[in-house]
Every structure is written in structure tokens, then in C-alpha cells.
Design a protein around this ligand. Structure first.
Ligand code: ACM
Length: 626
């Protein structure tokens, strides 16, 4: 075959793959395509065999009706063209969340032990339909489902996304919208980061100032960490909070979608908003403001830091535990989740070290290091939670001060604390910065607004949550975490979330053996098209070149790479704009001395596809070894 024929042949394969109707995310356990298609029409009946299937059946008919305009109404019965069946005798293989989907030209049967499985079968069915099914307006289309037999169940019971609503406030409508998107990817846990230095977002009726004061801050634009300090008496118009009715509404919405909401009240650090409301709970009792994103901390590069403004509760003050008892009484009553996340991360102990009350407590407890006071604090918090029938979950720092064996950890500073915790017999949720931090840049740091770290979709996809040598029974699953210091809108939250949360959904749901990056990429691209129809934002950074440099024999060496297969990378160093007639990158290049500017662009099948990236010699030099 000559080169041009080969190219056409490859393009045909690529096109056939791109148009393959079975492009599911996350990839199921088993997919067996069958001949033929089922066509959804106005006459299609939707039945559920047990009353418990009704909620899902109603959601399915609504989802189908919006773009088809068919007006389908789900009914109790056993003869639906789309039939949702709950098993009489549980199918052990499917567990609580698994399902079997059998689509043939005659109809579609989804079978599950529990409504959660029906819900996931419904998501798979939706993904089997043409992308227009994601639309918000009625579209004329032949609504076909390829015949297929799918058996599917999750690898992990904990498949989560954390959403920070403190750094930026997102309304309950936005939160529901985000949960809805996640549930479609078979995530079942929504970790709601409700409190932090920049806003307290949950109404606590017995402590009204938490929201009348703690939910509001001065208005500031600009990069988080560089913003101007609040001025005395300055109005605090920015913020918001959820009333307890709002919270109940969001919980019910999530429950209908098999999503458990795990609330986080982040203590004893990250508490500046609470201290703005109740300054008597800190050591210094200094009057502080809800922070708008000022430079309130100094970081020393090895994870240690100093808080220039106190944001820590005083562990030696009994009033703090009375306060926490009130907070957790109301939180425990609101949230059905067995876990309450109590934070425990990045707690600066400098104010504790200088506080006479803390020093006396250390003496009394025979504690030599101020760090260990956090262990005391966390144990007190755990007792409060236990009394309310809840289990303690915290960031991995809680391991350092000593914690009871019943505590569950989120390993975020890499996986090493997760390994340590699992070896000590703790349950662990894996959510390491290295694979799961959705606030990090996805592509070249010159393209997206600056963030201090990068995490590519390919890296997220490569995550293996059970480290070598760890007993898998301690790994409950994993999460992606979306911190929102630099994320002021839901649309941008989506941009940062996808496609990495698609990759992570597969990490946490699919068997390790079915994971395959090139195959995921093909499915991801069909989901780009679906997201366009659904009007969900996402990043296209996977199409950009990865640009690395090193020093070799005194020369600056350039290495370029595509994150996904099939990209052609072209570059110039002569201050011309690159296109597909510029130098085609094939191997590392030593750049000539002098003031070169590098310009790089990616193409696929003869068309530009990635961003143009331009880097000065200085910028390239700064990347050496990164
Ligand atoms: C964290 O990222 N501070 C848990």
C-alpha cells in the first residue's frame, strides 16, 4: 500500500471508530455488540416491574422526552419496549449498583438488584443513543440504540468529586446541575466542601453569625492570593450560603441520582470565616475578616507554611467543643451520609505554640510537640461525631497527631499517606494531587490562567488507586477534587472538571483490565460532541503539544509530545507562524544559542487542532527539568 492509500485507509478506520455508536464512559465490565438496532419512537413504552423502579423510569422518560418531544410516560408493567426490572432474587455479580442492559431490535431490558443499578443502566442507555439526546430542544432524528449486551458493575464503592463552594459560592441550582452531570458518569459521592477561610456556606440555626457574617466578604477581582486586604468598615457583598431547606433539597436531588453527599466542615485550620463570626474561638481572639483571597500565608516549598492571620480554632478552649457540638448536631441531622468530613488539613500550629492555654493543655496531656495537639483535637471531634451516629473522615494530616482506628482518611498529599493509613488498618479514599486535583492546569501553563501545578488528563487516566503492597479492602475508592480559588463560574468549573472527571470515572468504576488510553481518547472525543450538545464546558488541552526542555552538553534541548495518539506537531524558531509546512517534530532538537522564540502547533489529518503555544528562550529555560 502506498503512503496516501495508507493514509486514506487509516482515516477510514479512524472515522469508523469515531462514528461507532458504542462509546461509553466509564467503560463497562463487558460489552458484547449484537446485530441490529432498536429504534425509539413515539410508540415506545417504558415499564418498571416494581414500584422502586419508578423514580428512575420517570427520569428516563423525562430525559428522552426533552429532545425527542415524544411525551413518553413510564408505567408499572412487564411488557415495556424499554423495561426496567428489579430482580426478585438478587444477582450476586451485580451487587448494589450493577446492571445488565440487553438491547435488541425488539427493545431494551435493564435489570438490576437496586434502583441505583437501574439508574446506571439508564445512563448507559442514554449514552447509546445519538448525541442529540443530550439536547435541550426538540430535534428530528432517528433515535437508534445499537443492539448490545452489557454487564456492568463498579470496581469501587466510593466514586467521588469534591466541590469547594467556599472559595467561590455556587448556588443550589448550580450545585444540582453539577451533581446531575457527575451522576451521569456513575459517580456516587459528592463531597461538599462547605466551610473554609473564604466563606461559611451552611446555615447553622444555633450559630446564626456563621452565615450572617461568615458567608460574606468584600468584593475583589484578581488572582487568589494576590488580592487586596479588606478595608475597615468595607461592605461585604460577595458570598452566599445554603439554608437548611436548600441543603435538604440538594440532598433529595442527589439521592434520586444515587449520590451521597458528604459534607465537609474544615477544622481546626481553614476556619477564618468561622472566626470572623466568632473571634473568641481562636487563641489570639483577634478580629479577622472572611478572607477574599489575600496573601495570608507564606509557603516554604516543602509543604510547611506560616499563617500570617490566625485561621485556627483553639484546641484548649472548651467553648470550641461546645461550638463544634452545635455545628455537628445540625450537620448530622441534615445529612444522611454515615461520614462527616472534618478537614484536618493544613492546620498551622504557630498560634497554638504561643498560647498559654495550649501550653497548659500540652502539659496536662503530657504532649511534647504542639503538632500532637491536633490529635487531641481530632479525637474530641470524633467523640462528638460518634455521639451523633456519624463516622469521622478527614484529610491525611489527621494521621499525624494520632487518630482512632475507626477514622477514614483521604490521601491527598500523594498516595504515601494512604499507603501508611491502609497499613495501619484505616479505610482510605484516594484523592492524590498527583492524579486527582482538578484545579490544576490541564495543558500548557501559558494557555490557561496560571495555577501552581499541572495535571494532564492522560495522567489522571493512568491512576491506579490501589498501590502495590496495599490490601485492596482498605481502599474504598477515590475522588477528584475541585478547589475553586480560581474558578468563579459553573461554566469554568465544568471546563476544569472535564475531561479529567471522565478519565477518573473510569479509574473508579471500570475494571483495571479494560482501561486503555487510546481507546478512551476515542470515546472522550465522542463525549466532547455530546458535551457540546448538552452545553457542558470542557477543556481541549489534550490536543495541545506537551513542551519539555532539558540541558544537554550546554545546549537547551527541546522535546515535544502529543498527549493523545495521532497528532502531528509543527514548530518554528524563526519568528514565523507555524503550520503544516513548518518543521514536523520527530525527535529532540538542540536549540541554537540566542534569543529564539519557539512556536508550536498541533495538526490532525491535515487540520490545525491544538492551541498555538509561544515560548521565549527564557520561558523554555525555566522549564528545564520540570
Ligand atoms: C487540601 O488540598 N488542602 C486537602
Amino acid at each position: 500500500m502506498n503512503l496516501s492509500r495508507l493514509l486514506i485507509f487509516s482515516l477510514c478506520i479512524a472515522t469508523a471508530q469515531a462514528q461507532s455508536p458504542i462509546n461509553l464512559i466509564p467503560q463497562p465490565v463487558s460489552v458484547q455488540p449484537q446485530p441490529g438496532v432498536f429504534t425509539l419512537t413515539k410508540a415506545t413504552t417504558i415499564h418498571y416491574n416494581q414500584a422502586d423502579g419508578r423514580v428512575v423510569a420517570d427520569m428516563l422518560s423525562q430525559q428522552l422526552n426533552t429532545p425527542t418531544g415524544f411525551g413518553l410516560v413510564a408505567k408499572s408493567g412487564k411488557t415495556g419496549k424499554i423495561q426496567l426490572n428489579l430482580t426478585e432474587t438478587p444477582n450476586a455479580q451485580l451487587g448494589q449498583e450493577g446492571y445488565i442492559l440487553d438491547a435488541s431490535p425488539k427493545g431494551v431490558v435493564i435489570t438490576a438488584n437496586r434502583p441505583a443499578g437501574l439508574f446506571y443502566g439508564m445512563q448507559t442507555l442514554t449514552q447509546l443513543l445519538p448525541k442529540e439526546i443530550e439536547g435541550k430542544i426538540v430535534t428530528t432524528k432517528t433515535w437508534t440504540v445499537p443492539a448490545v449486551k452489557i454487564t456492568d458493575y463498579p470496581r469501587f464503592g466510593w466514586r467521588g468529586i469534591m466541590f469547594d463552594v467556599s472559595r467561590h459560592f455556587f448556588t443550589k441550582v448550580e450545585v444540582k446541575q453539577y451533581i446531575d452531570q457527575l451522576a451521569k458518569l456513575k459517580y456516587n459521592t459528592f463531597h461538599w466542601h462547605l466551610t473554609d477561610d473564604n466563606g461559611w456556606r451552611i446555615e447553622i440555626k444555633s450559630l446564626p453569625k456563621l452565615t450572617s457574617v461568615g458567608a460574606w466578604r468584600v468584593a475583589r477581582a484578581g488572582h487568589y492570593g494576590d488580592r487586596a486586604e479588606p478595608k475597615p468598615g468595607e461592605p461585604t457583598p460577595y458570598g452566599g450560603f445554603y439554608t437548611q431547606d436548600d441543603i435538604r433539597e440538594v440532598i433529595a436531588y442527589a439521592q434520586a441520582r444515587n449520590v451521597t453527599i458528604v459534607p465537609e466542615i474544615d477544622v481546626p485550620g481553614h476556619s477564618m470565616a468561622a472566626l470572623a463570626a466568632y473571634p473568641e474561638l481562636s487563641c489570639t481572639k483577634a478580629i479577622v475578616s472572611v478572607n477574599p483571597g489575600t496573601a495570608f500565608s507564606d509557603w516554604y516549598g516543602n509543604g510547611t507554611f506560616k499563617m500570617k492571620v490566625e485561621n485556627t480554632l483553639n484546641p484548649s478552649d472548651e467553648k470550641v467543643y461546645e461550638f463544634l457540638d452545635k455545628v455537628f448536631t445540625e450537620v448530622a441531622a441534615l445529612f444522611p451520609s454515615p461520614f462527616i468530613h472534618v478537614g484536618g488539613d493544613e492546620c498551622y500550629k504557630g498560634y497554638w505554640a504561643n498560647d498559654p492555654g495550649c501550653q497548659a493543655l500540652m502539659k496536662q496531656l503530657n504532649i511534647r510537640h504542639v503538632e500532637d495537639l491536633q490529635g487531641y483535637f481530632m479525637n474530641r471531634v470524633e467523640k462528638i461525631l460518634t455521639a451523633k451516629g456519624k463516622k469521622l473522615l478527614g484529610w491525611d494530616e489527621i494521621l499525624e497527631g494520632g487518630i482512632s482506628p475507626g477514622a477514614t482518611l483521604m490521601s491527598w498529599r500523594g498516595i504515601k499517606y494512604g499507603i501508611e493509613a491502609a497499613h495501619a488498618g484505616h479505610n482510605v479514599v484516594m484523592t492524590p494531587t498527583t492524579f486527582a486535583y482538578l484545579d490544576y492546569n490541564q495543558g500548557d501553563p501559558t494557555i490557561d490562567p496560571p495555577i501552581y501545578a499541572s495535571l494532564r488528563t492522560r495522567t489522571s487516566y493512568s491512576f491506579e488507586p490501589v498501590p502495590d503492597g496495599v490490601d485492596a479492602k482498605y481502599i474504598l475508592g477515590g475522588q477528584g477534587n475541585l478547589w475553586t480559588e480560581q474558578i468563579p463560574t459553573l461554566r469554568y468549573a465544568e471546563y476544569m472538571t472535564y475531561p479529567r472527571a471522565w478519565a477518573l470515572s473510569e479509574v473508579y468504576w471500570s475494571p483495571k483490565e479494560v482501561k486503555n488510553w487510546p481507546n478512551f481518547v476515542q470515546r472522550m472525543e465522542t463525549h466532547f460532541d455530546r458535551a457540546d450538545v448538552a452545553e457542558i464546558n470542557y477543556s481541549r488541552a489534550v490536543y495541545d503539544a506537551i513542551i519539555k526542555t532539558s540541558m544537554k552538553d550546554g545546549k537547551l534541548r527541546l522535546e515535544l509530545e502529543g498527549e493523545i495518539p495521532g497528532l502531528d506537531i509543527y514548530y518554528t524558531i524563526d519568528d514565523t507562524m507555524p503550520d503544516q509546512f513548518s518543521t514536523h517534530y520527530s525527535q529532540p532538537v538542540d536549540l541554537p544559542d540566542g534569543n529564539v522564540n519557539l512556536r508550536v502547533i498541533t495538526y490532525r489529518a491535515g487540520k490545525p487542532i491544538g492551541h498555538l503555544i509561544t515560548l521565549t528562550r527564557d520561558a523554555l529555560q525555566k522549564r528545564v527539568g520540570r
